[in-house]
Design a protein around this ligand. Structure first.
Ligand SMILES: [Zn+2]
Ligand SMILES: [Zn+2]
Length: 143
């Protein structure tokens, strides 16, 4: 955590973003989180009568400079710490209970790169999310 916080402070400075209490609180919430969070979940976790607009603007600013990474999930965006803080990965999520596992697989990264270039694009970013139903939820369904 201390190490991550040092990176955070340095990245904020490098990006010219002011280090506010609110931004630090959002960062701490995302360090603790086991999966990408929605803005509502972040606001709830930050607590203390935090204003939606303040959190929203902070998240937007930090996502813009890639301190945070955006994960598209249906019509909404989720947020997690960017690749400066944790290695590049994807997610496999249970549709029923929301449990999320991280996927790290170099074969996937190679394929993503190839597909992007074959489409005539210079690769920048990509999104890849897997969904299914976990064993625990499967068990509950047959009961
Ligand atoms: Zn589940
Ligand atoms: Zn990837």
């Amino acid at each position: 955590m201390q190490n991550l916080k040092e990176i955070f402070v340095a990245e904020m400075r490098r990006s010219g973003l002011r280090l506010t209490e609110n931004r630090l609180a959002i960062f701490k919430v995302l360090v603790e989180a086991k999966k990408p969070l929605s803005i509502q979940e972040i606001i709830l976790a930050v607590g203390d009568g935090t204003h939606f607009t303040t959190v929203y603007r902070s998240i937007e600013a930090m996502a813009e400079v890639k301190i945070l990474r955006t994960v598209s999930r249906g019509f909404k965006n989720l947020y997690e710490l960017g690749e400066k803080f944790k290695p590049h990965h994807h997610h496999a999520t249970c549709e029923k209970c929301g449990r999320t596992m991280e996927i790290h697989d170099p074969r996937l990264e190679k394929l993503m790169l190839e597909l992007t270039m074959r489409a005539g694009l210079k690769p920048t970013t990509h999104q890849f999310e897997l969904f299914g139903i976990c064993r625990k939820c499967m068990k509950n369904m047959v009961k």
